[in-house]
Design a binder for this molecule. Structure first.
Ligand code: FO1
Ligand code: CA
Length: 338
């Protein structure tokens, strides 16, 4: 049995090859939910859904979010209506005074549907409607994700990190506090990040299913350690569980060059060196790291500096993942390290 921690695109890309190496029935994926937003009354879970759609063979592999060849009729009409009456398409945050009957709303991740600032495809939206409706019927997010995984014929186990709401909030240099999706989608990752907060995490609990999954060896793919993996580490009990089980992490950097996404800016914002050295620092519980063959980071020296013992094992391979063969190569390196 092996457990993957997934957020963004790094771990989902790795999973493409991991399921050639490990029997999918033996693989559990724990997905980040810090990126989740309630938009127009529907709960959108981007990191859960990337794994769901990839496993179901319907993921849009150009963007690594949403469903391939999805239509956007409803989204376009929402934008048109908002424009028509001068409401525009900027994110419209709903404060704590806005409550929906029957369900407690985590206001810090709640946005109006007017002008829909994220592009929600028509088939994608059907997933959000189903998910939200099942939650409204009283099921837990874990149960709902299991139901959706069955609907998409997933052959791995997929678990949200917690049933409790957690929201990744970006504090900008300009003194604003904005949700990760507002920072990333509406503001295109442009504001300078001063700090990152995981609102709700301290009061969230890992589910029993997540606790059980963390008894197995864990692979952390080349995801961004701050907003993809950070929310999980902020949930009490998860980092402790990782200290007790073998963990291998794949660096999303080659030295200080990142493959993609906002990892470098976010790491700098929270005080980690935006490099493989920063990854080693961010994962003090990791027993091994998979680095690119061109990565000259002296992991032993980094560990000496942060006074962590024993020194982790380092496995080298070409860590660029463009297709399933690449993913299989990186997964094999993870397997050797565990
Ligand atoms: N990313 C974008 O850059 N623009 C979008 O309009 C957008 C919509 C969207 C809708 C559903 C979904 O599950 C993900 C979506 N994403 C979009 C991706 C998302 O913002 C992030 O890439 C993830 O949260 C990072 O893991
Ligand atoms: Ca460990």
């Amino acid at each position: 049995m092996v457990t993957f921690l997934a957020g963004g695109t790094g771990t989902p890309k790795l999973l493409d090859g991991a399921t050639r190496l490990w029997d999918p029935a033996e693989v559990t994926v724990v997905a980040n939910t810090g990126d989740d937003v309630e938009l127009g009354g529907h709960l959108v879970c981007p990191d859960v859904d990337t794994v769901l759609f990839a496993g179901g063979g319907v993921l849009d592999r150009e963007t690594w979010w949403g469903i391939a060849d999805d239509t956007t009729a409803t989204h376009e009409e929402l934008r048109r209506l908002a424009d028509e009456v001068g409401l525009g398409t900027a994110p419209r945050y709903l404060g704590p005074e806005a409550q929906t009957a029957g369900r407690e709303i985590a206001s810090w991740r709640r946005f109006s549907g007017v002008g829909e600032f994220m592009e929600i495809g028509d088939r994608d939206r059907a997933v959000h409607v189903t998910r939200t409706s099942l939650l409204d019927e009283g099921r837990s997010l874990t149960e709902v994700v299991r139901t959706l995984a069955d609907a998409f014929d997933l052959d791995t186990d997929l678990l949200p990190m917690s049933d409790d709401p957690v929201a990744t909030l970006i504090h900008t240099e300009a003194g604003e506090m904005i949700h990760f999706q507002e920072y990333w989608v509406a503001r295109r990752g442009e504001p300078t990040v001063e700090d990152v907060e995981f609102r709700g995490a301290a009061d969230a609990e890992p589910t029993d299913a997540v606790r059980a999954a963390l008894d197995d060896p864990v692979v952390i793919g080349p995801s961004n350690p701050v907003t993809s993996i950070g929310p999980m580490l902020a949930v009490p009990g998860i980092a402790d569980a990782l200290a007790e089980t073998p963990v291998v992490a794949v660096s999303p950097f080659v030295g200080d060059e990142v493959f993609s996404g906002p990892a470098a800016d976010l790491m700098a914002g929270v005080g980690y060196d935006p490099s493989t050295a920063g990854i080693v620092e961010a994962y003090p519980f990791a027993d091994a790291f998979v680095l690119d063959g061109d990565d000259e980071t002296d992991v032993a020296a980094v560990v000496r500096d942060i006074d962590r013992r024993p020194a982790p094992h380092v496995e080298y391979t070409d860590t660029r993942i463009d297709d399933a063969d690449d993913a299989e190569r990186v997964a094999r390196a993870c397997g050797r390290a565990l």
